[in-house]
Design a protein around this ligand. Structure first.
Ligand SMILES: Nc1nc2c(c(=O)[nH]1)N[C@H]1C(S)=C(S)[C@@H](COP(=O)(O)O)O[C@H]1N2
Ligand SMILES: [Mo]
Length: 420
């Protein structure tokens, strides 16, 4: 008799794991092939003593790709100097949902300044009752919050408009996920007292470009965090040490690093980031402005461009999904050019505005095949494919590509990006 009761997520994961093991996995050597003499025995000698600050194993090589100059002469290269560059997270090697701080992507418009936390100050002024200057010690004395949140550059996966990235690091590597700790900005704003005319804030960094963004006060009072902690220690210099703004779900550019000033104002200031950048030109010639929220996106991280499946057999397709508007409710996988979609398992914890890991057991029979994922967030929004996105947004736009990424497995097991 067929049992039609819906399965709980843990049942689904148990059955899919059992199914996976029963059919045999295409990994693991034949027992006996390795004789003790071919193996180095780590138990023969004494190992390393404990150290004051940890390092990864010398066998681990996963690293960021640094794009630091006007390489390629592209109009879209991030800057003409090494300081105005970016680095990309190696998502193809990612496990779980957290990005190690050492591999969190970086985007600097004028290099990462070296800041002595004892000398750093945060000024809050403008349309307030009591302008205040906070030291780092004063901020650390206040009640704190910790949230695991993704940060994604709005230029992430811009390659996919016209020239799809060959690896997931190149196409999606300017998105990372950390646990951020700090003070809710609403607490500081309540302390200074907002005057009734105050409707926006301008947040400013202490780097050489004094990066600043105009942001609505409503969001500041809702969930912005003035963060000094990242993944259990101080924020890394590249991420804004000693203090940065974290704005759940909004484009990376708004998360002002090396935060030194917040001015409460009555209307948005039109700085560089509000005018020449971070607007999206539409097919009719008008431009979208203040497109703050990052829409739902997913991408398969294994197998992905540059990987090679060693032999036909059972594999686990896995990847990441995220939405600036809340929880990821569903991820689906297609292995037939998008004709049919099957639901992937979502790994716990599944948190709002956070990377969500998905998994899907799959058997590769050795034939060429395309792999793609699409996600739905809690608002019901379904990640579009590239053609659907272009229909609405045209091809003159640059930021906020969130279309489906397609990988192609060749007969020899190598995985490539599908050209546009
Ligand atoms: N002060 C300052 N803040 C900044 C930037 C900058 O150059 N200077 N770059 C912004 C951009 S464009 C992005 S995408 C994010 C990147 O954050 P991350 O480097 O911690 O990943 O920081 C934002 N905050
Ligand atoms: Mo960015």
């Amino acid at each position: 008799m067929k049992n039609n009761t819906p399965k709980s997520p843990s049942d689904v994961s148990k059955t899919s794991r059992r199914r996976f093991l029963q059919t045999g996995v295409a990994v693991g050597g034949v027992l006996g092939a390795c004789t003790p003499s071919t193996l180095q025995d780590p138990a023969r000698d004494l190992g390393e003593a404990p150290s004051t600050y940890g390092q990864r194993s010398p066998f681990e090589k996963s690293s960021r790709i640094v794009q630091a100059s006007s390489s390629g002469g592209s109009r879209r290269s991030p800057g003409g100097t090494p300081e105005a560059g970016l680095s990309r997270t190696p998502l193809q090697d990612s496990q779980g949902i957290l990005t190690p701080s050492s591999l969190h992507f970086e985007r600097h418009h004028a290099g990462a300044p070296e800041i002595d936390p004892d000398r750093h100050r945060l000024l809050i002024h403008g349309l307030v009752e009591r302008p205040l200057i906070f030291t780092m010690d004063e901020l650390r004395q206040l009640p704190s919050v910790s949230r695991i949140l993704f940060v994604e550059c709005s230029g992430n996966s811009q390659s996919e408009w016209s020239n799809p990235g060959s690896t997931v690091q190149r196409s999606h590597g300017t998105a990372s996920c950390s646990q951020w700790t700090g003070v809710e900005l609403s607490l500081l704003l309540t302390e200074v007292g907002i005057r009734p005319e105050g409707k926006w804030i301008v947040a400013e960094g202490a780097d050489a470009c004094k990066m600043h963004r105009s942001l609505p006060l409503e969001k500041a009072m809702k969930d912005m965090i003035v963060a000094y902690g990242q993944n259990g220690e101080a924020v890394r210099p590249g991420q804004g040490y000693p203090l940065r703004l974290v704005i759940p779900g909004w484009e990376g550019n708004t998360h002002i690093k090396w935060l030194r000033r917040i001015k409460v104002v009555d209307q948005p200031y039109m700085g560089r980031e509000e005018t020449s950048k971070y607007t999206d030109l539409l097919p009719d010639g008008t431009a979208r402005q203040f497109t703050f929220a990052m829409e739902a996106k997913s991408v398969i991280t294994y197998p992905s461009g540059g990987h090679r499946l060693p032999a036909p057999g059972r594999y686990e397709i896995t990847g990441l999904a995220w939405s600036g508007r809340g929880l990821i409710d569903r991820v689906e996988i297609s292995i037939d050019e998008g004709q049919s979609w099957q639901e992937a398992e979502l790994q716990e914890p599944r948190l709002p505005i956070c990377f969500t890991r998905f998994r899907f057991p799959w058997e590769w029979k050795g034939q060429p095949v395309t792999l793609q994922s699409r996600c739905t967030d809690e608002t019901g929004y379904l990640q579009p494919n590239r053609e659907e996105l272009i229909k609405i947004r045209g091809l003159r736009t640059f930021y906020h590509f969130n279309g489906i990424k397609v990988w192609q497995v060749q007969a020899d097991g190598s995985v490539q990006s599908v050209p546009a």
